[in-house]
Design a protein around this ligand. Structure first.
Ligand code: SAM
Ligand code: SF4
Ligand code: FES
Length: 331
């Protein structure tokens, strides 16, 4: 286990050979602790309507240049049924912070999905304890809400009208309610330091997260950060690799953002500590509208194409597709 100063030293090191050793170590830790299975989670982006104004995100409410949509219950269930036919054992429901999906609306959807014998992850942003409880009681298994950054000043700058304390409160509520807890951070936000990235990793450890997703920041042209630089692939990969070394048995996705800035990004991530992929199972017509950042992969593809594509890539590196629901197995 690394101390903060060791993490900072590794994160600051630009030596290619040293970095390669970190990626190889993370790959070894992954193999020894979670094996060669890659768990697939079918991702449904069911609403791009959001009341928040996160400075980096294309779905932020002040962005009037995107065409907003929300999927109704039947459409969501149909997408889930098709995902199950394709062999998915976990569904992830993700959206902006869209109040239309009240606890009543969502619990109905959750109960229907759970009839399909799949694990269900929610990623809908900040809600009250009571709402999280209602979703859990209805059958949701996991909740994903990234802390984004543990640098409180940077958090404040990036998230107008939101608070770091409330983000942490959400994570603690989710944990208290017995969900598997997913969190993570962005790498390369303007003004972010390697010290704060080291703190992010220590935060994941302290929280005892079950899942951690890490992705590079990608500037969106319709946001205040349009002129900012894209996050560095190797640095994001190193934060992910160090997270694997520090939390050996958790689930770590090879994120879509990694592949958006590097054509082989998900495979490189799977060989540097990751053991999960979240292929998109949203219908093609909605994909370009869920533009959290530009040039997102698979925009013109359909759920079947993505499934076949990712299976082929996983097999090509000698890994196998997970056959169960892929819960966090603590060692
Ligand atoms: N609204 C929910 C939330 O914020 O937790 C879930 C959906 S949100 C689009 C999912 C994730 O997208 C966020 O946690 C954030 O890290 C990521 N994201 C948003 N804008 C991004 C950007 N420009 N580059 C990379 N990732 C981004
Ligand atoms: Fe909304 Fe999530 Fe985007 Fe923030 S990151 S603007 S909460 S969709
Ligand atoms: Fe969508 Fe490759 S995962 S086309």
């Amino acid at each position: 286990m690394y101390s903060k100063s060791e993490l900072v030293k590794i994160l600051s090191d630009n030596d290619k050979e040293n970095n390669k050793k970190i990626f190889e170590l993370a790959d070894k830790v992954r193999r020894e602790n979670v094996g060669d299975e890659v768990h697939l989670r079918g991702l449904i982006e069911f609403s791009n309507i959001c009341r928040c104004s996160c400075k980096y995100c294309g779905l932020r409410s002040p962005n009037t240049s995107i065409d907003r949509y929300r999927l109704d219950k039947n459409t969501i269930i149909e997408l889930c049924e098709h995902a199950v036919e394709m062999g998915y054992k976990t569904i992830v429901l993700q959206s902006g912070e869209d109040a239309y999906y009240s606890a009543d609306v969502l619990t109905e959807i959750i109960k229907e999905i759970k009839k399909l014998d799949v694990a269900l992850t929610l990623s809908l942003g900040e809600r009250s304890f009571e709402e999280y409880k209602a979703f859990k009681d209805a059958g949701a298994d996991r909740y994903l809400i990234r802390i984004e950054t543990t640098d409180k000043e940077l958090y404040k700058k990036m998230h107008p009208n939101m608070s770091f304390e409330n983000r942490v409160r959400c994570l603690l509520d989710i944990k208290k309610l017995g969900y598997e807890v997913g969190t993570g951070c962005l790498v390369g936000l303007p003004g972010q330091t390697v010290e704060s990235l080291a703190d992010d990793i220590l935060f994941f450890k302290e929280l005892d997260a079950d899942m951690v997703g890490i992705g590079p920041f990608i500037p969106h042209p319709a946001t205040p950060l349009k002129e900012a630089e894209t996050g560095d692939f190797d640095l994001a990969l190193k934060v992910m690799a160090l997270t694997r070394i520090m939390l050996p048995d958790i689930n770590i996705p090879a994120t879509t953002a990694m592949e958006t800035i590097n054509p082989n990004g998900r495979i490189i991530a799977l060989q540097s500590g990751a053991n999960v992929v979240m292929p998109n199972v949203t219908s093609t017509q909605y994909r370009p509208k869920y533009e959290i950042y530009p040039n997102k992969i698979c925009l013109n593809d359909n759920p079947d194409k993505c499934r076949g594509c990712i299976e082929g890539k996983i097999r090509s590196i000698g890994r196998v597709i997970g056959t169960d629901k892929g819960f966090h197995k603590r060692k």
